[in-house]
Structures are given as C-alpha cells and as structure tokens.
Ligand binder design. Structure first.
Ligand code: PMT
Length: 403
C-alpha cells in the first residue's frame, strides 16, 4: 500500500535559474514526476548555460519554456494560461538575482512574469555563494519573500566555488518531502492519530500461541487514510504481513500486554484513537518454557487469564484523547452488541462490522456502521481503503467540533 502524494496530478512549474546547482534541478524534476506531478520547466537564459533545455525536456516529457516573447508558446499555453495552470511554482535553484526580482515584484523574463501573474502556492530553494547569501540586501529580499513563498534551505557545507557556509541548494528529496508535508493539508492536519491493527498473539509455549483471524488490513487502511488526510499517524500493529503505509510511524507488538504498554507510551497529546485491533481477550496464565508434549503434558486444560482492555483503559485514563473510537466485530445482533460496548468501554463511537462466517477478516472489502450514542451512520460498502477514507472524513468533522 502506498500513500497518495500531494503531488499526484498536480501542475508544477519548476523554475530553473542560472547557477551550478542547476544539475540538482534535474533530479528534482524527476522526483516530482515520480510523485505523480505534471512538471513544466521554465528556465532563465542563464540557466541554459549550465544544463540544456533538452535534458529537462527528456526528464519531464514537456517542451521547456524559456522566452517571454516566443510566438509559438504564446499561441499555445501563453504565460497567463501557464500562471493559471500551475498549482505550485517552485524556483530551484533560485539565484540571488532572481530572489531580488521576485521579492521586489520585477518581471524581466518569463519565470518572474509567471511568478507575478500566478495566485498559486509558491516556493523557492535558494542557491548561491555563502557571501552572497549573507549580504544584507539578499537577507532583506528573503524577509520580503517570507509569507509570500515557502523558503526551502539553503543548506550549509562546502560550495562549488570552494567556500564553506550557507548557500547550497537543498537536496531534491528534501525539497519534495518538505513541500509534501506543508502542502498536504487535509482535514486532519495538525492532529495526532493513534491506531491499533491486527491480532495479538498470546504465547502458550515457545512455538504455539492463541490468536484470531485479523490480517491488519482494516487498521492499516485507516492509518493510510488518516495520513492522507494530513494527520501524524502512529500505527501499533500486532503480528501481520503488511507493509507500513508511507509517512506512518509503526510500532510492532506481539501480545495484548505489549500493545497496552505501547499505546499508553504514545498517548500524550493524541487527538484521535482508533482501536481496530482484534485484541485477544485472554492469554494463557503461564507460558511453558519448553514445547508442550502430547504424551507428557495434561492437554485438557490451558488455564487462561484476562488481558487488559486496551481501549477502555485509553477512554478512561487521565490523558484521554479527544476522540476514542472502537470497533465491534460481531456475529449476531450486531448493532445491539456494538451499542453495549460503546457504553461499557466509554467510547465516543464504535464501528460495527458483522464477521459471521469469518467475513471481513483478511478480506479487501468491508461494510460498517458507525454507532454513536444518539444515532447510527451506515457507510457504503467498499474496499477497506474507501471505507477508511469515509470514516476518517466523518471523524475529522467531529474532531474539529471538539478541539
Ligand atoms: O484485520 P482485518 O483482517 O482487516 O479485519 C478487520 C477486523 C474485523 C479485525 C476489524 O474490522 C475489527 O472489527 N476490529 C475489532 C475486533 C475486535 O476485537 O472486536 P471486539 O468486539 O472484540 O472489541 C471491541 C473493541 O475493544 C475493539 O476496538 C478492540 O480493539 C478493543 N479491545 C478488545 C479487547 C481488549 N482486550 N482490548 C481492546 O482494546
């Protein structure tokens, strides 16, 4: 499973200005393309002395635009259409000269004209000699740009000219990641969501355990959706065979007791907790050091003790998240039993799913009803990913009323 990037299908004007860091813009064009963006490169004349337009054309599959007075370009997507087309104008590398023009509203070429004409998101990745970067006029221009454009970098280190200091263009990956984080504003932006997923394994002896049929797919789909909607997500996963969704922090656990401890270790400042894990309600009272032998051991009895109720402990603790949402896996009287758990565990809502006949467990599709104290909300059946998106969109609205 992969997270949908903010860049997916976004129109990016990548402005390339004349400095040695132009070579890094090639990697940046590729990285934005890899994340799903449609990249239109606009170069200044000076930039073409460092890297040829043909290189960018090959990397982006689009003809590079350079001149303001190109009759062919103006007959096609002229500068005003291009300014309207763009979701983001990113100037990387941005020289001291271009920074000055952007800061002072000067528009002597196509790139700076586009910048002035566009109302979209804007960002620059400055790149210049460390002395030029420190120059009071450059710093004043930087001040002027604050609030109008995102400034990414520059990094410090050894420069192409041999100087050491601040002024190196940030790496392509860092630029893309920084933009991803700041532009990817969803309804859960600024929130911390903790989700449990999968089964727990309760050891009987070194090779056997008690478990259930949860695959973790539902909890992982929820984590992916929460991340897509802008949340910082911590996923606490029982033993499952699933890849971590991109951008999600994962803690692996085995038993219910481990899961209980891990959940409480991350609970400070959490806005939304979702218990999608199928936690074993009980565990063997004693774990045998050696593999049990059918000939020697009394197999008629494995004494069991109760596991902690994780979600109930979350809902009743002193640092309770704003919303605590459970799941109810039921085989009969689904909504009635879900309602009982909602009250018994002090939850804000519980997501009921019917698992009779082993349904839902391990499958890609699901159908759920969100049960609140005063009403029920049926979510249209779909893939766990689609249903998760729907659930989290609804919960984000509830959360915004509570925060
Ligand atoms: O993982 P998949 O294969 O995708 O399947 C998804 C699922 C069926 C596991 C999922 O949709 C689901 O229903 N998860 C909860 C299963 C469950 O344990 O339900 P429950 O009714 O036994 O528990 C109610 C709630 O209490 C749940 O939020 C559970 O996480 C929590 N609980 C239960 C016991 C316990 N000791 N501690 C808990 O926190």
């Amino acid at each position: 499973m992969t997270q949908t990037s903010w860049f997916q299908n976004k129109h990016i004007v990548l402005g390339v200005t004349g400095g040695i860091a132009c070579y890094k813009a090639c990697e940046l064009a590729r990285e934005l393309g890899r994340r799903g963006a449609i990249v239109q490169v606009v170069m200044t004349e000076a930039a073409t002395a460092f890297v040829s337009a043909l290189t960018f054309q090959a990397l982006t599959g689009r003809e590079v635009k350079i001149s303001m007075l190109d009759p062919k370009a103006e007959a096609g997507m002229g500068h005003i259409e291009l300014a309207r087309w763009a979701d983001l104008i990113l100037v990387a590398p941005c020289t001291a000269n271009t920074m000055a023009q952007l800061a002072q509203g000067k528009a002597p070429d196509l790139l700076t004209t586009l910048w002035t004409a566009a109302a979209c998101e804007k960002a620059i990745a400055p790149a210049m000699n460390q002395q030029m970067w420190k120059h009071p006029e450059t710093q004043a221009n930087l001040e002027r740009l604050h609030g109008k454009a995102q400034i990414i970098g520059p990094d410090s280190g050894v420069q192409a000219c041999g100087d050491v200091g601040s002024g190196r263009m940030s790496e392509a990956l860092d630029i893309a990641d920084t933009l991803e984080k700041t532009l990817h504003r969803g309804p859960l932006a600024g929130t911390h969501v903790v989700i449990t997923a999968g089964p727990t394994h309760e050891p009987i002896d070194p090779v056997r355990y008690l478990a259930n049929r949860s695959s973790g797919k539902m909890g992982f789909a929820l984590a992916e959706a929460a991340n897509r909607l802008g949340a910082t997500v911590t996923l606490i996963a029982g033993p499952v065979h699933l890849e971590t969704p991109a951008g999600v922090s994962r803690i692996d656990v085995e038993t219910a007791s481990d899961m209980h401890a891990s959940v409480h270790s991350v609970l400070d400042g959490v806005d939304l907790f979702i218990g999608a894990a199928a936690v074993c309600d009980m565990r063997p009272a004693a774990v045998s050091d050696q593999k049990l032998k059918k000939s020697k051991d009394d197999l008629s009895q494995i004494a069991l003790v109760e596991n902690p109720d994780i979600i109930q402990s979350v809902a009743t603790c002193s640092n309770r998240p704003t919303l605590v949402i459970g799941f109810a896996a039921e085989t009969e009287s689904v909504l009635e039993h879900a309602r009982q758990k909602l009250t018994a565990k002090s939850l804000d809502a519980i997501i009921a799913n019917c698992v009779s006949g082993g349904e839902i467990f391990g499958q890609d599709d699901t159908q759920v009803t969100v049960v609140y104290s005063d009403h029920d909300q049926t979510i249209a059946a779909g893939t766990k990913s689609e249903v998760s998106q729907e659930i989290l969109t609804t919960l984000s609205q509830l959360l915004s009323k509570r925060i």
